[in-house]
Design a protein around this ligand. Structure first.
Ligand code: NDP
Ligand code: 13P
Length: 362
């Protein structure tokens, strides 16, 4: 009985602390690290809701230009910053004084960003990120990377879902997901964005949300390649559907909730990125399918293409989990082993005949 009461008291204290963190997140400004397309669009969305938001970019000249023009002409030209958005130059001071840090840099710069904030970040300040990908080389999930760099005391959250930066910045209707093991923080963070044009859902399944957001970028490259080759709508639909089966297999092997994959951060983002030409991953695939070499296609797109980085790491995780991901495997062969895209499609089509569903065994 005493133990039970002690546990209840501990739980009550944790809840009080969490409420204090969450209130802090609401009252104090959010610092967004990464003044690219997505960091800026998310900063604008919070600031439009009246939440004081600080935006920091690594390029001093770019920041000075944004301060003067009150827009991010490099990534989101022609969309004026809301009043509650300021561009900051002293990142260390901003880290110390903010109520929440949101990281929005490419996955290759994720660890670097955590290492930058760690020495200055106040205890228990929540950290979220909108980066989609895995840690380079190791294939670790960014959540695990963040935990190992920052330790246990900071509430963490992942932002993901079908959301092109330009459309969010233009205030077009959008829905995405915030995932955190800390339910209070997930709610608070969702509340910073939620508006009549932006619906933000919460979940605890950080694993499923990260897997969906990572693998869909590799699959968008495959859909782009197929469309670039002129293979048509049937082939695209097949790639999306069988790609979804690959996401499900990896997610199940790593312990994610299947339900998550049918949500915004799973099928939602997969459809968006595989079908719309705003996707930089799809653009890369289109360029390759139309005949450019991988190097020339990368130069042609000239922007962040996360699937290019994630493909190898996803394959590594698939091998470790002993599961098949044939589409991801062919994308890797095209990107890194010089395979002809037509041969890769043939290799996919010539795989042994399979059942989509087998009857349950009684
Ligand atoms: N754009 C979108 O619609 C969406 C993007 N995402 C994800 O968000 C992440 C960021 O993408 P996005 O904003 O589009 O990319 P962009 O290419 O538009 O911007 C990347 C930003 O990160 C900065 N950056 C790059 N390397 C570093 C570094 N080492 N340290 C600090 N900053 C760095 C860049 O600075 P500089 O300008 O100086 O190069 C730039 O400001 C990606 O993981 C992407 O998948 C998720 C959902 C939607
Ligand atoms: O993740 C995105 C939309 O949800 C952006 O996709 P791209 O990185 O392919 O442009």
């Amino acid at each position: 009985m005493r133990d039970k009461l002690k546990k209840q008291e501990q739980k009550r204290r944790i809840n009080i602390q969490e409420t204090a963190v969450s209130e802090q997140a609401n009252l104090l400004p959010t610092l967004v690290l990464g003044a690219g397309a997505w960091g800026t669009a998310l900063a604008m969305a919070m600031a439009r809701n009246g939440h004081e938001t600080w935006l920091w970019g690594r390029d001093k000249l770019h920041c000075a230009e944004m301060q003067t023009s009150r827009e991010n002409a490099k990534y989101l030209p022609g969309i004026a910053f809301p009043d509650a958005l300021s561009v900051v130059d002293d990142v260390h001071k901003a880290i110390q004084n903010c109520g929440h840090v949101l990281i929005s840099v490419p996955s290759k710069a994720f660890v670097e960003s955590l290492q930058m904030i760690k020495p200055v970040l106040a205890a228990r300040t929540p950290v979220s990120w909108a980066t989609k990908g895995l840690a380079p080389d190791t294939g670790e999930l960014l959540y695990d990377v963040a935990r190992s760099v920052l330790g246990e005391s900071h509430p963490l959250a992942v932002i993901s879902g079908p959301s092109f930066a330009a459309e969010v910045a233009a205030n077009l209707p959008t829905a995405f997901t915030v995932a955190s093991e800390d339910g209070d923080f997930a709610k608070q963070l969702a509340g910073l964005f939620h508006s009549p044009t932006l619906r933000v859902y919460t979940t605890y399944d950080v694993l499923g949300v990260q897997i969906g957001g990572t693998v869909k970028n590799v699959l968008a490259i495959s859909a782009g390649i197929s469309d670039g080759l002129g293979y048509g709508a049937n082939a695209r639909a097949a790639l999306i559907t069988r790609g979804m089966a690959e996401i499900r297999r990896l997610a199940a092997a790593l312990g994610a909730e299947t339900e998550t994959l049918f949500g915004l951060s799973g099928i939602g983002d997969l459809i968006l990125t595989c079908t719309d030409d705003q996707s930089r991953n799809r653009q890369l695939g289109l360029a390759i399918g139309r005949g450019l070499s991988v190097d020339d296609a990368v130069k042609f797109v000239g922007k962040t293409v996360e699937g290019m980085h994630a493909a190898r790491e996803v394959m590594l995780r698939a091998r470790q989990a002993d599961i098949e991901m044939p589409i991801v495997e062919q994308v890797c062969k095209i990107l890194f082993e010089g395979y002809d895209p037509r041969e890769s499609v043939q290799a996919l089509l010539c795989r042994e005949q399979k059942a989509e569903l087998t009857p349950p065994v009684n």
